[in-house]
Design a protein around this ligand. Structure first.
Ligand code: NAP
Length: 399
C-alpha cells in the first residue's frame, strides 16, 4: 500500500475540466476535515481559478485558499513521477484516456500510488493491464479504472445483488448464477465524454488487439468461471422493459469482479442492457448509436461532429438537477431469484464526480481488502465503497 508519510492523501488531476471541476467541488464540500489534498493539471492559472472558485463557494472552509497546485502535463513522465510520489491516491479526469492516460498509470504502477479514473474505454483498460498490472502488483499500487457511472453502479450493483442472492439461498452460492443489469437514464453529456466515445468508436481494431493481448496474459480463476454474455434484444417480463444489449465496458468490469471474488459462485454470467418502455425508443436508440459508430469511422465526419460539442463544457446545473438513472438487476441461481435496483441523480457528472471522489477517499482512508494490481471497484473496495455511496445518497435496494 502507498506510503502514509507522503504529503497528500489525494491528488485530483484534471481539476480544470468539466468533471474534474465537479469532483473538486464535491471534495471541497464533503471531504473529512484534515484531508490532505491537492489540485493538479497542466495550466497553473486555470488551477488557481478553480481554487478561487472553491474558496468562494465554501466560505466556512477558509483553508481551501491554501490548497496546493501541482503542474504537470499528461505526457511529461518526469513531472508525473514527481506528482505521484507526493500522494497516496491520484484521481484523474484527463481523457480521452487512450490518448492521455498511459503515462500516469505507468507512474502510479511504478511508485506504488493508488489510481482511480473515469474511463469507459476498454482498449485503454486492456492496454494498462498488459503494460502495468505486473508492476502494480509488485509495488502494491491499486489501479482502479472506471470509477464513475462507468462502471460503479453496475459493478457495485452486481456485488450488492450477489450479497442479496446469498442471503436468499441462506449462505454461500454453490450453483451457477445468471444476472442481467438494465440501465435507464435521462441525462445530457459533456464535450469530454463525447470526444472519448467517438475516439473509442473509431478504434475497433485497436480495441480488439488490446483485448486479445490481455486474454493471452490474464490468468483465469481456478475451478470457477465468470463471463460477460452478450444478450439479445427482447421484452423483459420481470421488469416490463424492452431490452437492448449495451456493448459498454460495464459487463466486462462486472465479469472481472465475478472472476476475482469467489462469492459470485462457481459459474457467473452477466448480460448488460439498456431498457426502454416502448419498442419505438429502443429502435431509435439503436439507430442513434449505429449512426455515431459509422460516422466515427470517417475522419472528416468525426472531426465535424467533435467541433459541435466543445471539450470543457457539459450539462448546466438545472439540466443536471433534473437528470436521473436507474440500474435494475435480476439474478437467479438454483431455487432463488432476486431483484435489486441502484438509482441516483445526474449519472454522467454530478453522481460521477461523487463516485470518483468517494472512491479516492475510500482507497486513501478506509480498511479495504488486501489487493494490488489492476482491480475493479468491487474487488478493491467492495463494502467500504458501498457504505460511502449509500451515505452520499446513491440508493442500493432490494425490490
Ligand atoms: N465513464 C463515466 O462515467 C464518465 C463520466 C464523465 C466523464 N468521463 C470521462 O472523463 C473524461 C473527462 O471528461 P470531461 O467532460 O471532464 O472533459 P474536459 O472538460 O474536456 O476535461 C479534460 C481535462 O483534461 C485536461 N487535459 C487535457 N489534455 C491534457 C494534458 N495534455 N495534460 C494535462 N491535462 C490535460 C484538461 O485540462 P485543461 O483545462 O488545461 O484543458 C481538463 O482538465 C473524459 O474522458 C470522459 O469520457 C467519464
Amino acid at each position: 500500500m502507498a506510503d502514509s508519510t507522503r504529503p497528500y492523501d489525494v491528488v485530483l488531476f484534471g481539476a480544470t475540466g468539466f468533471t474534474g471541476g465537479l469532483t473538486a467541488d464535491y471534495l471541497a464540500a464533503n471531504a473529512p476535515a484534515g484531508l490532505r489534498w491537492a489540485l493538479a493539471g497542466r495550466n497553473e492559472h486555470k488551477l488557481a481559478a478553480v481554487r478561487d472558485h472553491l474558496v468562494a463557494a465554501n466560505p466556512a472552509n477558509p483553508a481551501l485558499a491554501d490548497l496546493p497546485l501541482l503542474v504537470a502535463d499528461a505526457a511529461d513522465a518526469d513531472a508525473l513521477a514527481e506528482v505521484v510520489a507526493t500522494t497516496k491516491v491520484v484521481a484523474t479526469t484527463v481523457g480521452p484516456y487512450v490518448e492521455f492516460g498511459g503515462p500516469l498509470v505507468a507512474a502510479c504502477a511504478n511508485a506504488g500510488t493508488d489510481y482511480v479514473d473515469l474511463t469507459g474505454e476498454p482498449e485503454f483498460v486492456d492496454r494498462t493491464y498488459v503494460e502495468h498490472n505486473a508492476a502494480a502488483e509488485g509495488s502494491g499500487a491499486r489501479l482502479v479504472h472506471s470509477c464513475g457511472f462507468d462502471s460503479i453502479p453496475h459493478d457495485l450493483g452486481a456485488y450488492f445483488t450477489i450479497k442479496e442472492l446469498a442471503k436468499e439461498v441462506g449462505g454461500e452460492i454453490t450453483t451457477p448464477v445468471t444476472m442481467r443489469g438494465v440501465v435507464r437514464a435521462g441525462a445530457g453529456f459533456s464535450g469530454g465524454t463525447f470526444h472519448s466515445a467517438l475516439t473509442a468508436f473509431s478504434r475497433a481494431r485497436q480495441m480488439k488487439e488490446a483485448s486479445t493481448a490481455r486474454r493471452r496474459l490474464e490468468p483465469r480463476p481456478e475451478g470457477r468461471r465468470s463471463r460477460a454474455v452478450a444478450g439479445r434484444p427482447r421484452r423483459d417480463h420481470d421488469l416490463g422493459y424492452w431490452l437492448l444489449p449495451l456493448p459498454t465496458i460495464d459487463p466486462f468490469v462486472v465479469a472481472r469482479s465475478g472472476a476475482h471474488l469467489p462469492a459470485y459462485g462457481p459459474a457467473f454470467s452477466y448480460s448488460h442492457f439498456a431498457g426502454t418502455k416502448t419498442l419505438r425508443y429502443a429502435a431509435g436508440g439503436a439507430a442513434g448509436v449505429t449512426g455515431l459508430t459509422l460516422a466515427a469511422q470517417v475522419p472528416p465526419l468525426r472531426n465535424a461532429l467533435l467541433k459541435r460539442v466543445p471539450q470543457g463544457e457539459g450539462p448546466s446545473p438545472s439540466r443536471r438537477e433534473k437528470s436521473w438513472f436507474t440500474v435494475d438487476f435480476v439474478a437467479e441461481t438454483a431455487g432463488a431469484k432476486v431483484r435489486t435496483r441502484v438509482s441516483g441523480g445526474d449519472p454522467g457528472y454530478t453522481e460521477t464526480a461523487k463516485m470518483l471522489a468517494e472512491s479516492a477517499l475510500c482507497l486513501a482512508l478506509d480498511e479495504n481488502p488486501n489487493v494490488a494490481g489492476q482491480v475493479t471497484t468491487a474487488t478493491a473496495m467492495g463494502d467500504a465503497l458501498l457504505v460511502r455511496l449509500q451515505r452520499a445518497g446513491i440508493a442500493f435496494e432490494r425490490r
